[in-house]
Design a protein around this ligand. Structure first.
Ligand code: PMV
Length: 364
């Protein structure tokens, strides 16, 4: 499929007003996306677990314009509510998103929207809400497009939702479906695309069923360097080409592991990917560090615990200081005890979130 396939055709139906509501989860990458080309095309393929509990819930109410001439803001008209209250500082991001997807969804200009959004996780937790937020909004927009074009297939509906979410925030395209999603062209993943996320095409080994992710909230502050700036610094990065090749290689390796259930190999790939992501940040120009001292304390404790107990627990990191602790469901009790006894002290205000693999966006 190409970008052109996502430009909507003239519709047979009309709809004056109504509303939709979708929830979409966050996701955690196992092989990381870091570096992009124009139009949110990833520099390398990535793969993630879709989460279950960390979600954004978004209601999109729409009413057709009677008088389009009074619409400003480049032709887009919307109000934005966060937890029921107007939130002006989120608006520029949505405005930019609408402008980016206008060519694919020209019908957006026919309506005034009220976007009412909330997260199940605390706003200031340091967990990025852009993936779940852009995914939830994209699902709503696709529900509207489907109302205008009732013949749309389910396959196209989900592909275009992921395509739109990607234009909002790259990794958001992996938050539409579950439980494991690949985004970016990869020679060994059938149907993989730079334009949207696809479900991992093979059967996943039972070891990964209900895989757990406990997110340790080390630092809830605003990041010093945004993901956008970080991705940009991969242009002319001295290790960029090796890194992109490594991601292809690691995706091949993890593909095998997800099928054969080898947890030692899983741990090695996932931890190496997390540290490589942060190594790229540390070797960018300008260089930067998003890990905090407590991030390293936690990593060392996890390694010690794993060595002592042989429990297959590992960590991964996204673009921040928080630590995602990944482990199979059958060791949940032991790991939660370990976290409560030894890791909580490194979390800001002792906060952490228990999550697990989920199935993707849900219509409410
Ligand atoms: O989707 P963005 O632009 O916020 O980038 C996300 C990048 C990482 O979280 C660090 C890695 C990933 O693949 O999710």
């Amino acid at each position: 499929m190409s970008e052109k396939d996502f430009i909507s055709k003239p519709f047979s139906s009309t709809i004056e007003n109504g509303s939709f509501q979708w929830s979409a989860p966050s996701n955690i990458a196992l092989v990381k996306y870091w570096g992009k080309k124009e139009n949110q095309i990833p520099a390398n393929p990535s793969i993630s677990f879709t989460l279950n509990n960390c979600k954004t819930i978004t209601k999109l109410a729409f009413a057709k314009h009677i008088d389009k001439l009074s619409v400003t803001n480049n032709g887009f008209s919307f109000d934005l509510l966060f937890e029921g209250k107007p939130k002006e500082d989120f608006k520029p991001k949505i405005q930019k998103f609408f402008e980016r997807i206008e060519i694919y969804c020209p019908f957006l200009k026919d309506y005034h929207f009220t976007i009412d959004t909330e997260n199940t996780f605390p706003h200031s937790s340091g967990i990025a809400s852009s993936a779940s937020g852009m995914a939830a909004l994209s699902m709503n927009i696709m529900s509207l497009e489907k109302a205008l074009n009732p013949n749309m297939t389910e396959e196209y509906f989900y592909k275009k939702a992921s395509f739109l979410a990607r234009l909002g925030s790259g990794s958001a395209c992996r938050s539409i479906k579950g439980s494991v999603v690949v985004w970016g062209n990869h020679a060994e993943i059938n149907g993989s695309s730079d334009l949207f996320g696809v479900e991992f095409p093979s059967n996943i080994h039972p070891n990964f069923k209900n895989y757990q992710d406990t997110i340790l909230l080390v630092d809830k502050g605003e990041k010093q360097v945004s993901s956008t700036v970080g991705h940009d610094l991969m242009h002319n990065h001295p290790f960029a080409e090796q890194r992109f090749a490594q991601a292809h290689h690691n995706l091949s390796a993890i593909k095998t592991v997800l099928v054969n259930g080898n947890l030692d190999s899983f741990i090695e790939i996932v931890e190496s990917e997390a540290l490589t992501l942060h190594a790229m940040m540390m070797t960018s120009l300008p260089y930067f560090i998003l890990m905090k001292p407590n991030t390293l304390e936690i990593i060392n404790k996890i390694w010690k615990f794993r060595n002592q107990t042989n429990i297959p627990i590992c960590f991964t990191l996204d673009a921040g200081a928080n630590v995602h602790v990944l482990y199979p469901e059958n060791v949940r009790e032991e790991v939660l005890q370990f976290i409560a006894a030894e890791l909580v002290g490194y979390c800001q205000n002792g906060n952490y979130i228990c999550d697990e693999i989920g199935t993707g966006a849900i219509k409410i």
